[in-house]
Design a protein around this ligand. Structure first.
Ligand code: APR
Length: 240
């Protein structure tokens, strides 16, 4: 195959990817995230106002990870990562670790990770699977009460933006799975990909979204069904 260039692939995933694993999506019909308004638990202001509430909220989310498992869509994406001949990046807005548990390696958590905490004093980022309290000591600098969830809240800068922008420069296939397309900058990646000449823009979602019109292909249905089908199609030319 020397001399042939293979298509570069970017996946952007959102809460719909983990929904069938039992992880709640953000924008349910009642507009609440597990009973809370997003601005009460996912902003730096909320954390300043009521750190105990915010810590407890993320403690529950972190604890929930012990009771959920990767689903067919996570596994199919790892199959794609392992067998894709071109460059591959999976950018996820999800803060769960289900992609990693399925075996993902080329994964960028642009909104942070539930199983990490960050010290606002010494800036250390630490793996963390237990509860975090408002008076927990930072194991690195010994300051008390300086640890926070390593989650990108509204108003904060998402992670890996430089890497993502570089990857978007040369993307050939952009695949967007289970995101409502209302939170920027992620919601703007499909337009950027199109502007860079990406010809194949595929959206997988249960329903049309506000950005559906920007895609060249739609797969409507459950990620756990549609993603494995799509992965088989994408890999088919390389299976010969
Ligand atoms: N299969 C496919 N799509 C699904 C499924 C499923 N099983 N279940 C839900 N969806 C779709 C919904 O139709 C919706 O469009 O997934 C999308 C989930 O949207 P949101 O709940 O808004 O989640 P997301 O787009 O990931 O949110 C983006 O917002 O609150 C912030 O930082 C948070 O990363 C999050 C960001």
């Amino acid at each position: 195959m020397a001399g042939l260039t293979h298509p570069n692939l970017i996946i952007l995933s959102g809460a719909g990817l983990s929904a069938e694993s039992g992880v709640a999506t953000f924008r349910e019909a009642d507009g609440l995230w597990e009973g809370h308004r997003i601005e009460d638990v996912a902003t730096p202001e909320a954390f300043r106002r009521d750190p105990a509430l915010v810590q407890q909220f993320y403690n529950l989310r972190r604890a929930q990870l012990k009771n959920v498992q990767a689903n067919a869509a996570h596994h199919a994406l790892v199959e794609l990562e392992k067998n894709w001949p071109g460059s591959f990046w999976h950018i996820t807005q999800n803060v769960d670790d289900l992609n990693e548990r399925a075996g993902a390696k080329k994964l960028l958590h642009m909104h942070g990770e539930l199983r990490k905490v960050r010290c606002t004093w010494c800036k250390s980022v630490l793996a963390w699977s237990d509860d975090l309290q408002t008076d927990t000591d930072c194991p690195e600098c010994d300051h008390r009460g300086t640890l926070r969830p390593d989650i990108v809240w509204f108003g904060e800068m998402p992670y890996y933006i430089d890497e993502i922008m570089r990857a978007l420069e040369t993307v050939d296939i952009f695949l967007c799975i289970g995101t409502s397309g209302v939170v920027y900058p992620a919601a703007g990646f499909v337009r950027l990909a199109a502007e860079k000449g990406c010809a194949r823009l595929i959206e997988v979602n249960l329903q049309p979204t506000g950005i559906s019109g920007q895609f060249t292909e739609q797969r409507q249905g459950l990620a756990g069904i549609e993603v494995p089908k799509l992965v088989a199609e994408l890999l088919q030319p390389y299976n010969a």
